[in-house]
Design a protein around this ligand. Structure first.
Ligand code: NAP
Length: 261
């Protein structure tokens, strides 16, 4: 095996490194999930994003085992469904059993429970980290206000917030708000909402002999925003990671930032 995208990575506030490029697995199920995740590991991805709600944690575990890679070489994220308030620990134990591992690298609250910050859930996350079941903990789909509620109540900031992010959603203030709090921003759905057909991205991609998808992934990485594109197709998942042989100029980064409406 040659390529590895364990780097570039960002340092997590509690220690450990989160690879900036990961593989998304939403909507991958059954044998095709294990196959696609296997292709991703083979291509060099070392960070896999799953969730209890995706019902594919067992396929993630199988693909990691069958890759022959040491467990510590693959960063695994899973997420707690918001409806599981009061049974957080049991749900995490079920995730670990499905994944076939004794810890996840990152455990996220998938959505704010009942649209609130969910302080009791967050206390369970802090305890799971102390007990070594999750190396790092964070949230997803949280506002900065909800994050501040968690920090005020527990003194523990989420290490990561996974939010919808793409050139069409770029928000410099939101990014700096996370950075001021020491929270890593992880983007999801980088290719949705028409990103790949935007004329500016098509033009910049042509300039570099790349596809718009590769420009979008590269733009995230140059902003140090974690990006987790999903594909069920081997050619696409390989192509989405082929972003380490070119660089977007400062002007190109600015032009892409400006696409957000
Ligand atoms: N925390 C949350 O609430 C949340 C929500 C949504 C997603 N996520 C995570 O983020 C990951 C990524 O988001 P996502 O799956 O919504 O969307 P995405 O990765 O932006 O896009 C996936 C879609 O784009 C297609 N695609 C992939 N590569 C392509 C390429 N090079 N050219 C053209 N089309 C391409 C895929 O089709 P094919 O598979 O047919 O290639 C699929 O339809 C998810 O898999 C999941 O892990 C988290």
């Amino acid at each position: 095996m040659s390529a590895s995208f364990a780097e570039p990575a960002v340092e997590l506030p509690g220690g450990g490194r989160l690879p900036l490029l990961g593989f998304g697995t939403w909507q991958l199920s059954g044998d095709s999930a294990a196959r696609a995740i296997g292709w991703a590991l083979d291509a060099g991805y070392r960070h896999i994003d799953t969730a209890t709600m995706y019902r594919n944690e067992n396929h993630v575990g199988k693909a990691v085992r069958e890759s022959g890679l040491p467990r510590e070489d693959v960063f695994i994220t899973t997420k707690l469904p918001p409806g599981h308030v009061g049974r957080e620990r049991r749900t995490l134990e079920e995730s670990l059993a499905a994944l076939g591992t004794d810890h996840v690298d990152l455990w996220l609250v998938h959505w704010p429970p009942n649209r609130r910050a969910g302080v009791s859930t967050w206390e369970e996350f802090v305890a799971a980290r102390s007990d070594g079941l999750a190396r790092a903990i964070g949230v997803s789909n949280y506002s900065l206000e909800q994050i501040d509620t968690l920090i005020a109540a527990t003194g523990a900031a989420p290490e990561v917030n996974q939010i919808k992010w793409s050139p069409l959603l770029y928000d410099a203030d939101l990014l700096s708000g996370h950075r001021e709090r020491g929270i890593v921003v992880e983007g999801y759905s980088p290719f949705r909402a028409g990103t790949l057909t935007h004329p500016v991205l098509i033009e910049i991609a042509a300039r570099h002999g790349k596809d718009p998808s590769q420009v979008v992934v590269r733009w995230h990485i140059q902003h140090e925003v974690v990006v987790i594109p999903k594909s069920a197709r081997q050619d696409r998942l390989v192509g989405n990671a082929d972003v380490f042989d070119f660089e977007l100029s400062a002007d190109e980064m600015k032009a892409i930032d400006a696409l957000a409406r």
